[in-house]
Ligand binder design. Sequence first.
Ligand code: NAP
Length: 232
Amino acid sequence: MTITLITGANKGLGYETARRLIDEGHTVYIGARDIERGQKAATELGTRFVQLDVTDDASVADAIRTISDAEGRLDVLVNNAGIGDSRLGIDSVNGPAALTTFDTNVVGVVRVTQAALPLLRKSANPVVVNISSGLGSFWAVTNPDRHESHTCLVVYGASKAAVSMLTVQYAKAAPDIKFNAVEPGYTATDLTAGFGGGRPVEESADVIVRMATIGQDGPTGTFRETAGELAW
Ligand code: NAP
């Protein structure tokens, strides 16, 4: 049985990824900061829930301890929890909002990954998937053929570039664990509701599931989207 933790899994891409991995036979822990929302999602999916706020060290430690006590190891960690900029452009950019975005999207990945390392090291095939974004790719945001080059989400984009760099650094620093970053594609979720459009979560979760289910000989330190490898 593969033991999997997905952060921010009470809705959106995290929820759909949980549903798909449960179908594949994983034991999935739904990580959610809100007990009611997390419990509801876990009940709907017939799986387990851990309270996990990626901005709160104590909450992260408790969640990892719960999984450790119940399972003794963690095979797959999906660092999915994230927040976006409230508006396009620079009008809504300010220090406190930027700190919150970086605390959630970037430091959150560090908190959960660091806490999970000892449990991941007890797995025969430890895998970490970091949900980044094409908006964090220097290549995509400067390539006029890519939609990311026409969208300015200043702080969010910078935070996702940091998530991608964390992926590369962790892959180098911990070669016994596979770390890959994923761009799920522009998707209709609560994160994008203010901007409109986006493809269904069912389509975007494909690449997350693919990277969460890689085998022993799978890649590490790569950035993937649905079509294949994505340039940093
Ligand atoms: P979403 O529906 O808004 O889901 C975000 C999830 O993150 C929610 O479960 C939310 O919980 C959780 N979350 C936020 N802050 C948290 C915290 N401090 N601790 C724990 N959980 C927290 O958005 P989504 O589109 O599925 O986003 C999932 C990931 O995909 C994000 O990392 C996002 O940046 C990335 N992504 C999305 C798109 C897209 O087009 N949608 C594209 C590229 C990348 P609450 O319900 O409690 O708020």
